[in-house]
Design a protein around this ligand. Structure first.
Ligand code: CUA
Length: 319
C-alpha cells in the first residue's frame, strides 16, 4: 500500500480532520480565528477613523468600554465556547477498545501491540495501524528525554514524559495514512522523528496484526540467506530483534534499535525519513550518519557490496 493510493488528501494537516477529536479541535481553531479576524477588522476601522480625526470618544468610555467590558465579554465567550467544544473530545480510557503502547526514543518510536491470539507482546516501530471506526487507546511514554506525540489529522498533542504514561484516544473515521511528528524538541534529529498512522478497515487490520505477530519468514533464496548471515555476522542483532532469527538470550536486551521482524512491510524507515525499499535500506545500513547525524546506528561502510545488497534485499523481504 502506498500513501498516495490510500488518500489524495495531505498526510499531515490540521485542516483535514479524519476523526471526531481532530474535528472538534478544528472547529475550535476556526472559531477562534474567525473571532480574532472580526476584532482585527474592527480595530483597524477605529484606527482609520482616528487618523481621519472623525468622531470623538470620551476617555472614560474608551478605557472602560474598550479596555475592560469588551475584552472581558469576548474572552469569557470564547472560554465558554472552548470548554463546551472540547467536552466533545473522546474521554480517554484504557478500558475502552484496543490498547497500544508507544515509547518515544531518540529518535524513533517503539510500538507495542498485544497479539489477541496468544496474549503476547508484538513489538513494531514507527508505524501505528488502527482499525477504522474503532477507538484505540495509546499509552504514551518515553525511555529518554521528553517527546510529544502529534498526529494532527487524528488528535491533539500529548507530551511523552519520563516515568509517566499519558493516555490518548486515536479515533479514525476514514481509511488513510496520517503522518505524525514529534512536537517537542528532543535533540539533533527531532525534525526526523516522524511516524505514520495507517487507518484500515477492521478485517484488514485484524489480518495485518496476525501477520505482524508471526516470526520472520525463512529466506526464500540464496541471496536472502546470505543477507541474513551478514546481519548475524555483523552482530546487528545486538540492537535489533528479528523474531525467529536472533538468539533468544540476546533478544531480551536488544531494544536499542527498532524491531525489524517485519520491517519490509512498513511504509518508511528511520522514523518516517525514507520510503522502505532495498535501495534506501542499503543506504541506511552503509551510512546512517549522513542521513540522520547523531542517530545511535553505527555505519557499516566496510561491508562488502554484495553482502550489503544481500542484507538490504533480506530486510526488504521481511514483510
Ligand atoms: Cu522526539 Cu522531538
Amino acid at each position: 500500500m502506498t500513501a498516495a493510493a490510500v488518500s489524495p488528501l495531505p498526510m499531515q494537516s490540521v485542516l483535514h480532520p479524519a476523526g471526531p477529536d481532530a474535528h472538534a479541535i478544528g472547529v475550535l481553531g476556526w472559531t477562534m480565528t474567525a473571532a480574532a479576524a472580526v476584532i482585527f477588522v474592527g480595530v483597524m476601522w477605529l484606527v482609520l477613523r482616528t487618523w481621519q480625526r472623525r468622531g470623538t470618544v470620551r476617555t472614560r468610555t474608551w478605557i472602560i468600554g474598550g479596555g475592560l467590558l469588551f475584552p472581558g465579554a469576548v474572552l469569557s465567550a470564547l472560554l465558554l465556547w472552548s470548554l463546551v467544544s472540547t467536552k466533545d473530545l473522546t474521554h480517554t480510557s484504557s478500558q475502552a477498545g484496543m490498547r497500544v503502547a508507544v515509547t518515544a526514543k531518540m529518535w524513533w518510536w517503539e510500538v507495542r501491540y498485544t497479539d489477541p491470539a496468544t496474549g503476547r507482546d508484538v513489538v513494531l516501530a514507527n508505524e501505528i495501524r488502527v482499525p477504522v471506526g474503532r477507538p484505540v487507546y495509546l499509552g504514551l511514554t518515553t525511555s529518554d528525554v521528553i517527546h510529544s506525540f502529534w498526529v494532527p489529522a487524528l488528535a491533539g498533542k500529548v507530551d511523552m514524559v519520563p516515568g509517566r504514561v499519558h493516555g490518548l484516544m486515536l479515533h479514525a473515521d476514514r481509511a488513510g495514512v496520517f503522518r505524525g511528528q514529534c512536537a517537542e524538541f528532543c535533540g539533533a534529529q527531532h525534525a526526523k522523528m516522524a511516524m505514520h498512522v495507517v487507518a484500515m478497515p477492521p478485517a484488514e487490520f485484524d489480518a495485518w496484526l496476525a501477520v505482524q505477530a508471526r516470526d520472520a519468514a525463512p529466506p526464500a533464496n540464496a541471496q536472502l540467506l546470505r543477507g541474513r548471515e551478514a546481519f548475524l555476522e555483523r552482530r546487528c542483532d545486538a540492537c535489533h530483534v528479528v523474531r525467529g532469527v536472533s538468539d533468544r538470550a540476546l533478544l531480551e536486551k536488544a531494544t536499542l534499535g527498532p524491531d525489524l521482524t517485519h520491517v519490509g512491510s512498513r511504509l518508511y524507515i528511520a522514523a518516517g525519513t525514507l520510503p522502505t525499499h532495498a535501495g534506501t535500506l542499503a543506504g541506511w545500513v552503509a551510512d546512517p550518519q549522513s542521513i540522520k547525524p547523531g542517530a545511535r546506528m553505527p555505519a557499516a561502510s566496510d561491508l562488502a557490496g554484495e553482502d550489503l545488497r544481500a542484507m538490504a534485499a533480506w530486510l526488504e523481504s521481511l514483510k
